[in-house]
Design a protein around this ligand. Structure first.
Ligand SMILES: [Zn+2]
Ligand SMILES: [Zn+2]
Length: 129
């Protein structure tokens, strides 16, 4: 089934794109890191800065150079591909599997996702970001 068709019918990718997608979506649903991801901070951030980043409004955090560096690192590690469906999209988002370490995320806290898979993931999670 094409992406357009999937978007129209609003089905979860797990029902249409096979086991690989269902597998990754399962990890997202349970808030688990993807296999092989390291519990290691992506950036070196001082504890003071990490606290400031964690406390600022999320929209503000997304504008910081730390988030820019962290999200770029995740996209590069994914070789610019969606880690859910494997596509090479025009626009790649970075999804938080957990916000526990927001401001000083580990490699295991995030994954790269195309817009549609990211939308589907949040839909699956009940719309909570
Ligand atoms: Zn995707
Ligand atoms: Zn997300």
């Amino acid at each position: 089934m094409s992406y357009m068709k999937m978007a129209e019918t609003r089905e979860l990718p797990s029902a249409t794109l096979g086991d690989a997608v269902a597998g990754v979506m399962g990890f997202i649903e349970r808030g688990l890191p993807l296999p092989g991801r390291r519990d290691v901070p992506i950036l070196s951030v001082t504890p003071e800065r990490a606290t400031a980043l964690r406390k600022m409004p999320y929209e503000e955090y997304l504008l910081t150079f730390e988030w820019k560096d962290v999200s770029t690192a995740i996209k590069r590690a994914a070789q610019e591909r969606c880690e859910i469906c494997g596509e090479l999209p025009l626009w790649l988002d970075v999804h938080h599997l957990t916000y526990e370490r927001r401001g000083n995320e580990w490699w295991s806290d995030l994954l790269a996702a195309c817009r549609l898979c990211h939308f589907m993931a949040h839909k699956m999670l009940g719309g909570k970001l």
